[in-house]
Design a protein around this ligand. Structure first.
Ligand code: MCA
Ligand code: AMP
Length: 515
């Protein structure tokens, strides 16, 4: 049965004994062994009552088995919904309930916390531990290692990825087979991926970057992933001699530059370093070239659109820019009030159209209509400018978003929790520069009357329902928030006021109490 995504990424490797995944200890899994495991999983999913079009919520550690769950979903026509392992039970509860997940797959250590979540939304709960073991593997073990691929078309849904919103409510971005396939085809070709490539893979696989970019491209090209559970500088440097390419968020590259083992010789044989998910400072780009002779290739994407633009493989990779639209993708810069294209060189809202652009937000037609125009252009919430040579520069964001180490954090979600705290009149959450994560979270509080705020207590209480990476690194009390004449909080002023608190040159101890 035709299933474009499965056939192109996975089916083409049936019977091949070439290695697909290589672990840090040198052990490998061949394409065929991987596909047999995925087929067992697909058989099990069907037996568990999961049908084509159903969603399964997957919050498991990065492992070959976790990738096989993704492959099984594609083969069985099930919508794959990966979740950050840092999410709390409260957060998972929202995603499971909102998506109507039929099954929740989680680490055994989390099953007690997630059992009530599964029960509340009528989902089955199965476990998959970091080593692949658990109730799912146990049942899959006796399943046939062949599965009759479920027919799908390119317009069928393949995955849901939740992205937070300015209102604080996460939205399920519906991605079709065609979205994922068109994008990885464009990228593999632009970045010249072949079966000879070995990609150093230290990104998480619950986001677009690690899954739909790094993994899909490698599958398409028939190459190998040097598959690491997480970013560990020493392991990366140990394995680099075996790699040809690497993809990472800017934090990966600043951390590499901070290590003296990362030399020109260490990187000499590499073919390509790609950066994305957050702005790569032009300064990092320049230091990287000085150290290694390589120019990092920066690209720009979003959960809703996959990748939109890329610096050229052969031409000039221009620091501080995200390059040109990918083949088949259109970019325009518009006036946010009128929606009209602005004159070349001017700053405006970045809009994107192409086969990469998602189908809409799950069960949120109004939100979809706000961001996806009837003519197919998606309003990204990023502000940009196209220079005279056609390179896109991202100059800011019209959406209130913080990107910390490549993870997106929407201030509203944290502000809603802070505002509920006793003694807090109002709050504003901002992102400030951070030497390792690029940006980090600071919460500004205004107390009610003369209330004496217990900042440690507040941190602890709001932390209980927020993933660790969203926790404010600092809470600060101000007598009032700056507002404009319309009464709107001026976050720009706050960002300016606190811009140096974590930057080493001006604040030697980022943990020093703020007065
Ligand atoms: C970990 N921590 C963080 C972050 N990561 N805090 C803020 N921001 C983060 N990004 C916290 C942990 O909770 C922990 O806190 C402490 O830092 C150390 O944790 P550890 O696991 O050791 O962290 P790490 O391994 O050093 O992780 C940093 C990292 C990681 C390698 C930068 O965050 C990472 O892999 N980021 C990549 C994210 C990504 O793939 N983004 C792509 C999104 P404590 O010690 O206090 O408990 S896709 C996307 O954006 C679009 C589509 C695109 O264009 O790609
Ligand atoms: P996400 O919601 O995780 O899909 O994050 C998408 C956002 O990450 C974009 O809207 C941009 O704001 C940001 N982003 C991704 N790549 C880049 C880049 N190369 N430079 C600057 N921002 C980026």
């Amino acid at each position: 049965m035709p299933n474009p995504l499965f056939d192109t990424l996975f089916g083409q490797h049936q019977g091949k004994t070439t290695s697909f995944l290589q672990m840090a200890d040198g052990s490998t899994i061949t394409h065929n062994d991987f596909l047999e495991l995925a087929a067992q999983y697909a058989n099990l999913l069907v037996q568990l009552g999961v049908q084509p079009g159903d969603r399964i919520a997957v919050q498991v550690a990065k492992s070959p088995q976790a990738v096989a769950v993704y492959a099984a979903c594609v083969q069985a026509g099930i919508v794959f919904l990966p979740l950050n392992t840092a999410y709390t039970a409260d957060e998972v509860s929202y995603f499971a309930e909102n998506s109507g997940a039929r099954l929740i797959l989680c680490d055994g250590k989390r099953s007690e916390a997630l059992e009530p979540v599964a029960k509340a939304c009528g989902a089955t709960l199965e476990t998959m531990n970091a080593d692949g073991s658990g109730s799912f593997a146990m049942q899959a073990d006796v399943m046939p290692s062949r599965f009759s691929t479920v027919e799908r078309s390119k317009d069928d849904l393949a995955a849901f990825l939740y992205t937070s919103g300015t209102t604080g409510r996460s939205k399920g971005a519906m991605l079709t087979q065609g979205n994922l396939l068109s994008n990885c085809k464009a990228l593999a070709s632009e970045w010249r991926f072949t079966a000879a490539d070995s990609l150093l893979h230290a990104l998480p696989i619950f986001h677009t970057h690690g899954l739909f970019v790094a993994t899909n491209i490698t599958l398409l090209a028939g190459g190998k992933l040097l598959f690491l559970p997480k970013f560990d500088l020493d392991v990366i440097l140990d394995l680099m001699p075996q790699a040809t390419t690497m993809m990472g968020v800017p934090t990966f590259y600043t951390r590499l530059l901070g290590n003296e083992r990362f030399t020109r010789t260490a990187a000499q044989h590499m073919r390509l370093f790609v950066s994305g998910s957050a702005p790569l400072l032009a300064e990092t780009h320049v230091h990287f070239e000085e150290r290694t002779g390589h120019r990092i290739l920066e690209r720009y994407g979003m959960t809703e659109t996959n990748m939109n633009t890329s610096n050229p493989y052969d031409g000039e990779r221009r620091p501080g820019t995200v390059g040109f639209p990918l083949p088949g993708v259109e970019i325009k810069i518009t006036d946010s009030n009128t929606g009209e294209t602005v004159p070349q060189g001017e700053i405006g809202e970045i809009e994107v159209r192409g086969p990469n652009v998602f189908k809409g937000y799950w069960q949120m037609p109004e939100k979809t209509a706000e961001e996806l125009r009837p003519n197919g252009f998606f309003i990204t919430g990023d502000l940009g400018q196209i220079d005279e040579d056609g390179y896109l520069h991202i100059v800011g964001r019209s959406k209130d978003l913080i990107i910390s180490g490549g993870y997106n954090i929407y201030p509203k979600e944290i502000e809603l929790l802070l505002d509920e705290e006793e003694g807090v009149l109002e709050s504003a959450v901002i992102g400030v520069p951070h030497p390792d994560f690029g940006e980090t979270v600071v919460g500004i509080l205004v107390a009610e009357g003369k209330a004496d705020l217990d900042l440690d207590g507040i941190k602890k209480r709001i932390g209980a329902s927020l993933a660790r990476f969203k926790h404010p690194q600092r809470l600060v009390v101000l007598p009032e928030l700056p507002r404009n004449t319309m009464g709107k909080v001026q976050k720009k002023e706050l960002r300016e006021q606190f811009k140096d608190i974590f930057m080493p040159a001006l604040s030697p101890s980022p943990n020093a109490p703020l007065t």
